[in-house]
Design a protein around this ligand. Structure first.
Ligand SMILES: NC(=O)c1ccc[n+]([C@@H]2O[C@H](COP(=O)([O-])OP(=O)(O)OC[C@H]3O[C@@H](n4cnc5c(N)ncnc54)[C@H](OP(=O)(O)O)[C@@H]3O)[C@@H](O)[C@H]2O)c1
Length: 251
């Protein structure tokens, strides 16, 4: 019998590449969600195993209805990958509360809305996997990325909490922590992006990690993951010094 996946953020970037990979190389039927129907249609074009379900994750009712539609059509969700993100970047001193809220609504609370609705049916069907796209930027508070880094740190902590809590119900919660990947999110980034990779390569690593390993965290590229882990164990003055060096000099 085939499996089913539901990818949030499946209309572009990493989510779209994972949807295509699952639908092309595995026995999956893949539901994809995001706000823009035309992006979902583009991802699904020519691939009958991919089915679009437009929704806005920041609306808890829409999240419930979206899940009900997916369950009505596909019967079950064996794997959910959460990758919605709001591209918000503000320097300290110019923080906009509205933009911070937008970032947390998409990057964090959307996941809460969806998993609230999904956990019971997933446990009742005998289990499944819930994976969330964190980021290596969630390992440490990065300069100019206040909203992004802190929302990612929050969702990574939530994934750890849920992993332990839901294991007895056979709901396997996983964390995916990529470095820099080419996508709409990084398209406008003018700063250096070391070890930048294509979304297809990221998708290959994510699918392998989620389907063929039992590891809680799928982190890549390994050199970037090691560097960010090292940053966390360094004394603060050393870590802050390294981060300060990456900032543009004041004129
Ligand atoms: N690219 C990187 O370097 C990188 C690195 C580490 C982690 N990540 C993480 O990987 C995930 C995917 O990012 P990406 O790089 O593939 O960026 P992306 O191409 O911008 O994908 C983000 C997706 O989220 C959807 N989305 C945004 N707000 C939404 C909302 N309110 N409701 C439903 N869907 C929403 C967008 O579709 P709509 O606009 O149509 O809604 C879009 O398809 C994110 O969690 C990101 O933080 C990316």
């Amino acid at each position: 019998m085939g499996r089913t996946a539901w990818i949030i953020g499946g209309g572009s970037g990493i989510g779209a590449a994972v949807a295509r990979r699952l639908a092309g190389h595995e026995d999956f039927t893949v539901a994809i969600s995001g706000r823009r129907p035309e992006k979902l249609e583009q991802t699904a074009a020519g691939n009958p195993a991919i089915r679009p379900y437009p929704l806005d994750v920041t609306n808890s009712e829409a999240a419930k209805t979206g899940l009900a539609n997916v369950l009505a059509d596909l019967g079950r969700v064996d794997m959910m990958l959460y990758g919605a993100v709001a591209p918000v970047r503000m320097p300290a001193g110019q923080y906009s509360l509205a933009d911070f809220r937008t970032a947390f609504e998409a990057n964090y609370f959307g996941f809460v809305h969806l998993t609230n609705a999904l956990i019971e049916p997933m446990a009742a069907q005998g289990g499944g996997q819930i994976a969330v796209l964190g980021s290596l930027a969630g390992y440490y508070g990065l300069p100019t990325s206040g909203a992004y880094s802190s929302s990612k740190a929050a969702i990574m902590a939530l994934a750890q909490t849920m992993h332990v809590e839901l294991a007895p119900r056979a709901v396997d919660v996983r964390l995916v922590s990529p470095g820099y990947v080419r996508s709409e999110l990084t398209d406008g980034n003018k700063r250096p992006m070391p070890l930048l990779m294509d979304a297809d390569e990221a998708a290959r690593r994510i699918v392998n990690g989620l389907l063929r390993s039992g590891r809680f965290e799928v982190a890549f590229p390994w050199r970037m993951a090691m560097a960010m882990r090292l940053l966390r164990v360094l004394p603060y003055p050393v870590a802050f010094g390294l981060l300060r060096n990456g900032l543009p000099r004041e004129k």
